[in-house]
Design a protein around this ligand. Structure first.
Ligand SMILES: Cc1cc2nc3c(=O)[nH]c(=O)nc-3n(C[C@H](O)[C@H](O)[C@H](O)COP(=O)(O)OP(=O)(O)OC[C@H]3O[C@@H](n4cnc5c(N)ncnc54)[C@H](O)[C@@H]3O)c2cc1C
Length: 358
């Protein structure tokens, strides 16, 4: 059995916590160890100038990178992880070619394709800033800066917080974001899931075999796909609180309850739970692009049909954009489209350069 390179614990081949660095795959026992590894070790790329830099290693960025490799674009992929949100999906039932596949399994296939493209450089790092100049773009990571003539932003989205009292105090001591791989902390206990979308209902389904009563708290009607709603609502231990908002988390060393209130009413209702799983949507990671172009009212990057933006040479794909539908297959398709469009742009630049020189 392999060992976690950070804590030395044995790790299962199937662990969802992986990171790929300089072509080698590392496996970890927990998200904490993976985070530590990524913050301690920055894989160094030997070059600092490319035609295209892709930022983000979720389905959009990984697909863009594989397309860039097959289109023979001189490209670098920079991401703080390879997989993005898709790694959190326990059941992907809507990706063509697979009746059912888990997020980590699908992401493993994406990564395999990237690593075996043998053409594109990739770097595990956080991009801190992006600047534009006449030559193109400058991309800054904590360890180095890279230049590119075109840029493809595929930075996806991250989980929204509730911003209510107790949320920070009980993080990982009863308050969790999204799905977690190990429910042992709440085994046999009553729990609550906050949210009404596909993510929230997927968590409800995953909790059913381990938890006691499952309180589903949503501030409006459930918004998940109808098939998912029907399945979740057949769970006998599910108690629905529709039109309610969480107000405050309480407990001592560990979370013991959440107070909720119906919209427009004063009275609080206290629910005793050992764990709360928050899945109230996501916000676009568009901060890097914000100084370079105007975002829409949801903070997304507006794109054209070919994933181009209002700035020349800057392309965007996936959940960070205003493209309709936040799904793996859509992000992957948009990533492919953006890589093709970036290649057209680079060819156009090269032709212009030839004309100017002749
Ligand atoms: C719990 C859950 C379940 C889901 N289930 C399904 C499902 O069953 N079917 C389905 O189709 N969709 C599902 N989705 C939605 C799907 O995962 C997303 O639509 C898809 O992952 C979007 O891909 P993306 O590449 O645009 O962004 P993301 O997956 O968000 O990837 C963004 C990438 O950018 C990187 N990044 C961000 N900022 C920086 C930075 N500054 N520097 C470096 N790297 C950066 C991130 O680390 C990440 O690798 C689910 C989502 C969640 C959260």
């Amino acid at each position: 059995m392999r060992k976690d390179p950070v804590c030395g614990m044995p790790v299962d081949q199937k662990t969802p916590f992986t990171a790929e660095c300089e072509g080698k795959m590392f496996r970890f026992c927990s998200e904490g160890c993976r985070e530590k590894f990524l913050s301690d070790i920055i894989c160094k790329s030997t070059r600092d100038s490319y035609d295209l830099i892709v930022i983000g290693g979720g389905p959009a960025g990984l697909t863009a990178a594989v397309y860039a490799a097959t289109l023979r674009i001189d490209a670098l992929l920079i991401s703080r992880d390879l997989g993005g949100q898709a790694i959190d999906s326990t059941k992907v039932e809507n990706y063509m070619g697979f009746d059912f596949i888990t997020g980590p399994e699908l992401v493993d296939k994406f990564r395999h394709q990237l690593i075996h493209s043998h053409y594109i450089d990739h770097l595990i790092a956080e991009v801190e800033a992006v600047e534009a100049d006449e030559e193109g773009y400058r991309v800054k990571t904590p360890a180095a800066a890279y230049r590119a003539r075109a840029l493809l932003v595929a930075t996806g989205m991250t989980r929204r917080k509730l911003g209510i009292p107790g949320e920070e105090d009980f993080q990982r001591r009863g308050v969790f974001y999204g799905n977690i791989p190990d429910f042992s902390q709440v085994e046999g206990w009553d729990v609550a899931v906050i949210g009404g979308g596909n993510s929230a209902l997927q968590i409800v389904e995953n909790l059913q075999p381990v938890a006691g009563a499952i309180h589903l708290i949503s501030n409006s009607e459930l918004k998940a796909d109808q098939a998912v709603i029907e399945r979740a609502c057949r769970i006998p231990s599910l108690i629905r609180h529709e039109g309610f908002q969480a107000q405050v988390f309480s407990g001592d060393k560990h979370l013991s309850g959440v107070a909720i209130r119906k919209r427009g009413e004063e009275k609080m209702v206290e629910i005793l739970v050992r764990g709360v799983f928050i899945a109230v949507g996501l916000q676009p990671n568009s901060g890097l692009a914000a100084p370079l172009l105007e975002l829409n009212e949801r903070g997304e990057i507006p794109i054209g049909p070919d994933c181009s933006t209002s700035r020349r040479g800057l392309f965007a794909a996936g959940d960070v954009t205003d493209a309709f539908g936040k799904r793996i297959i859509i992000a992957a398709g948009e990533g492919a489209k953006a890589a093709i469009a970036a290649r057209e742009y680079l060819l156009h630049l090269k032709k212009r350069k030839c004309v100017t020189q002749s």
